[in-house]
Ligand binder design. Structure first.
Ligand SMILES: Cc1ncc(COP(=O)(O)O)c(C=O)c1O
Ligand SMILES: N[C@@H](CCOP(=O)(O)O)C(=O)O
Length: 466
């Protein structure tokens, strides 16, 4: 399988190359040249497989040429062996129609572990084959950072620099990052929003002064391998609910559009998905884009679901590329217009292509609190604010009653204790596997929201190319 850029002019790479490159050199995102397809019989035969084996089957076509089937299975077994639930991503029924897919049983209590536990192993595998080292530069609104740091802390040939918006992540999220004291881990708190941090990261990939000296790598969902690993749990959930004979809808709390784009990939591979519901908080650029075609960047409003306080949604570009006819040159012009003006209109083809599978809904604080309370009082489930936004959208989406609707439960409620306590009156407790998080020493560097300050810091602390 080879990978092409959404902006059409970067060289095509194999899976190992795309994994180490992260972002394409023309500023685009890598996507597989074609979507692998499974027949309905092949999908039916996957029912009942242990998660690591299912993961190997789904991902094998994407890694062809870079990993053997046997090696991939070793890696999926190692990655998912660290999860605290035997099913890895267990499914729970809430009522006749609504289900939760719990994605937070990994080491850092959010769905990011599902992909990043594997990505850490993939980096190690591919770096061992070459002289190269990797300078990972990432942006986080709280969850990617901790999951990525857990996945690469202490690994040879890797330095990680993780930027988070100062004061805009929860205490648990911050401490999960800043209490990891391995020498290859560098936490940077910047002034500004997640979008500011993400823009700096993307700029660094296109800064020749930096890329000549350092092999910059990505752990954000701009890295294709992240999305590939997230495709698996759509299959896992749908198979349990009767796929491929029965269709299933998914509601996905969305920020950077990575998680829900993985659902789109599952559908392209043959999984019968009724609908993908994009659930946003009041930072609703995606809801506006999907419902009106207007993709224009608003100011970020801090909310109780901080991981989704995002107004520039990286992976939307992958969808626009695919539903807009895979015309890299035209998309490069469209994205250049967005970068210059902070606004763009979707073309008719993009709107119609997206509407075939996606719906959207926006939840404000009241909607979110009501959904937390409904799950708690009516179903006995404590859910986190991000999951609550997904659940709100799932319940108002108007999906036919005989179709199950699965909300992706993206974080453990104890990552957002204040918001959950506010809605339920009960303060959730952290699972014992995170240990003495609040006793540990923290280490981080505060920097202004200024690209040069961040680039100088990375230059001073990263290991140059050999
Ligand atoms: C808990 C949680 N839920 C949902 C999201 C949104 O996921 P995505 O950015 O893949 O759309 C994030 C972060 O991105 C998150 O951390
Ligand atoms: N919510 C994310 C934001 C970064 O998204 P990513 O999926 O592109 O890494 C976070 O928790 O950091």
């Amino acid at each position: 399988m080879d990978y092409i850029s959404t902006r059409g002019s970067a060289p095509a790479l194999d899976f190992a190359g795309a994994t180490l490159a992260g972002l394409a050199s023309d500023g685009g995102l890598y996507v597989p040249r074609t979507w692998p397809k499974f027949s309905q019989d092949e999908i039916a035969a996957m029912a009942g497989l242990p998660y690591a084996e299912l993961a190997q089957k789904i991902m094998l076509p994407f890694v062809e040429g870079s990993l053997s089937a046997e090696r991939l299975l070793e890696l999926t077994r190692a990655a998912y062996g660290r999860f605290a639930h035997a099913a890895v991503t267990p499914l729970k029924q809430l009522d006749q129609q609504q289900w939760l897919l719990e994605l937070f049983h990994g080491p850092t209590l959010a769905f990011k572990d599902v992909a990043l536990q594997l990505l850490g192993l993939l980096f190690e595998e591919f770096l061992a084959r070459s002289e190269q080292n990797l300078t990972i530069v990432g942006a986080t609104s709280g969850d990617t950072g901790s999951a990525a740091i857990d996945a690469v802390a202490g690994r040879a040939k890797i330095d990680i620099f993780m930027l988070h918006p100062r004061g805009r992540v929860s205490d648990v999220q911050r401490r999960q990052m800043t209490t990891v004291l391995a020498p290859n881990v560098h936490n940077i708190a910047i002034e500004g929003s997640f979008d500011d941090a993400q823009a700096m990261v993307k700029r660094m990939f296109n800064d020749n002064g930096m890329t000549d000296r350092f092999a910059i790598g990505a752990v954000n969902s701009i890295n294709w391998a992240r999305l590939m690993a997230q495709v698996v749990y759509y299959f896992a959930a749908a198979l349990q609910l009767g796929a491929p004979q029965r269709k299933v809808a998914f509601s996905v709390p969305t920020g950077n559009f990575g998680d829900v784009f993985a659902g789109y990939v599952a559908a392209q591979m043959g999984l019968p998905i009724e609908r993908l519901i994009v659930a946003t908080n009041v930072n609703d650029i995606l809801h506006r884009a999907l419902s009106t075609g207007d993709y224009s960047q608003g100011t970020v409003t801090p909310t109780a679901a901080p991981s989704m306080d995002i107004q520039v949604s990286s992976n939307f570009e992958r969808l626009l590329f695919d539903v807009g006819g895979r015309d890299g040159k035209a998309l490069a012009e469209q994205m250049a217009g967005f970068e210059a003006t902070k606004a763009m209109q979707l073309t008719n083809a993009q709107r119609e292509g997206a509407a075939a599978l996606f719906s959207s809904a926006r939840a404000d604080a009241d909607d979110m609190n009501r959904a937390i309370r409904w799950a708690f009082v009516e179903c006995g489930e404590t859910i986190d604010p991000h999951t609550a936004i997904g659940l709100h959208a799932a319940r108002v989406a108007g999906i036919a009653a005989d179709i199950p609707v699965v909300t992706l439960a993206t974080a453990h409620p104890a990552k957002f204790t204040d918001a959950v306590e506010h809605a339920t009156g009960i303060r959730p407790t952290l699972p014992t596997r995170v240990g003495d998080l609040f006793e540990r020493e923290e280490r981080l560097t505060a920097l202004p929201g200024d690209y040069d300050a961040v680039a100088d810091y990375v230059s001073a602390h990263a290991t140059p190319r050999p």
